[in-house]
Design a protein around this ligand. Structure first.
Ligand code: FMN
Length: 190
């Protein structure tokens, strides 16, 4: 397969991998993943994104943070639900917290900055897939609790866009939904 075909194959066949185990991406794979993230389209070169990597024991601390943040919002949460939240970050060896860093700009509204950060996240997913690293973008209620943002050290102008879980994919690869572009595209004739 030539380079162009390989790239198109990768772009059209990417899938999320929910079941991830050790090992996580190595240092060079992670470097390439972030290099790809930084090529997101970015109006005004604001770089309205930053990322945190969460590995090893820090995942346990993140689980504790999820649990604390959830209980602060729902004090009657069952002990089972609290335990489940503590285990969420252990679903992969490496997590990337996606942060949109919103900046005041006369020409670049917040929406465009969210879109740019989302494009960076998509580049992360594609760079992982292209290198054989399993990845899945997850949010869930824990991503929207104010305690989670505070515990991760976000400033008032920053928003947590969720976590990309990375690792070695296990289990069967799901079939890509074969959607027909014609169902989503139409010529506009004025
Ligand atoms: C912002 C965002 C948040 C998401 N959060 C979750 C989540 O919390 N749990 C989940 O099962 N899927 C979540 N997804 C969907 C998966 O990442 C994935 O896209 C979906 O399972 C479809 O799989 P595919 O990427 O292989 O098409 C989220 C997707 C986006 C874009």
């Amino acid at each position: 397969m030539d380079n162009q075909s390989m790239i198109m194959e990768s772009l059209t066949q990417r899938v999320s991998r929910p079941v991830l185990t050790d090992p996580g991406p190595d240092a060079e794979q992670l470097r390439m993943i972030f290099k790809a993230a930084l090529r997101a389209p970015d109006h005004g070169r604001l770089r309205p994104w930053r990322f945190l990597t969460i590995t090893g024991g820090a995942r346990l601390k993140l689980g504790e943070l999820f649990a604390r943040s959830a209980v602060a919002e729902q004090p009657d949460l069952s002990p089972d639900a609290v335990e489940r939240l503590k285990g969420l970050p252990l679903r992969a060896p490496v997590l990337i917290a996606l942060i949109c860093n919103l900046q005041e700009h006369p020409k670049v509204p917040e929406l465009e900055q969210y879109l740019s950060a989302g494009a960076a996240a998509q580049n992360i997913l594609h760079a992982a897939f292209a290198q054989g690293v399993g990845a899945m973008w997850r949010t869930g209620a824990v991503s929207y609790y104010s305690g989670t943002a505070k515990g991760l050290g976000l400033s008032d102008n920053e928003r947590l866009l969720g976590f990309i879980y990375l690792g070695t994919p296990t289990g069967p690869t799901k079939k890509v939904d074969e959607l027909n572009p014609a169902d989503f595209v139409a010529p506009w004739k004025g």
